[in-house]
Design a protein around this ligand. Structure first.
Ligand code: AMP
Length: 217
């Protein structure tokens, strides 16, 4: 059986950071729909341009596009090691589509949906300070996770960094609204299936990692 672990939580709760660490420690493959969409935007295609305007407005990309992207990705052979879903599902129809996808395959099973519990006030400060390496994508933060050597990526040595265009205050407000309108109901959805685990996401990175490892191992 191949494990599927779902990370659920608002923007800035630490899902992406933890998905990278947990993937390193367990071999589970991180599937981030946000990363996939950002690389489509980078390609400059017509679809990429449309996606960028939706993402910069802090709105959600259509379920149809997202489900098609994930379906294709889950069919790739590396996913047989097990996956962490970071940023998917984000709506009830996406969760139902995931359930159908998995029931069509006898291999995958949802091991846990992990709720990253955190107060709104903390999220905005976390998002405002984050940046990543332009070369390898490693994530950093002005206060919580600086590169060991200032201006140099710990992972690949690059000196080029970037900040997400949707990490500004106005867009963050819309992203939070989208979270409460569309994603929060998924806590109840997975709780009803006995799959929801809750972690306190307002703890140091290592502590949160240890909690998650206790759930996924
Ligand atoms: P993230 O990197 O997860 O914060 O996602 C960045 C943006 O990509 C979101 O604000 C949405 O516009 C879009 N996005 C990512 N994942 C999804 C999803 N599962 N459903 C709809 N839109 C998504």
């Amino acid at each position: 059986m191949t494990d599927v672990v779902i990370f659920l939580g608002p923007p800035g709760c630490g899902k992406g950071t933890q998905a990278d660490v947990i993937s390193d420690k367990t071999g589970l493959v991180k599937l981030s729909t946000g990363d996939m969409l950002r690389s489509a935007v980078k390609s400059g295609s017509d679809l990429g341009k449309k996606l960028k305007s939706v993402m910069d407005a802090g709105e959600l990309v259509s379920d149809e596009i997202i489900v098609a992207i994930i379906k294709e990705r889950l069919n790739q052979s590396d996913c047989s090691k097990g996956v962490i879903l970071d940023g998917f599902p984000r709506t009830l129809p996406q969760a139902e589509a995931l359930g159908e996808m998995l029931s069509d395959s006898s291999d995958y099973i949802i091991k846990s949906a992990i709720k990253f519990d955190i107060a709104d006030e903390i999220l905005v400060g976390r998002i405002a300070g984050r940046f990543s390496c332009s070369n390898c994508g490693a994530g950093y933060h002005d206060h919580f996770k600086k590169p060991v050597k200032e201006g140099v990526c710990d992972n690949c040595g690059s000196r080029e960094f970037t900040r997400r265009s949707d990490d500004n205050e106005a867009t963050v407000k819309s992203r939070l609204q989208a979270f409460y309108d569309s994603t929060e109901p998924l806590y109840q959805y997975y709780h009803a299936q006995g799959l929801l685990a809750i972690i306190d996401a307002d703890r140091p990175i290592d502590e949160v990692t240890a909690k998650i490892l206790g759930i996924v191992k």
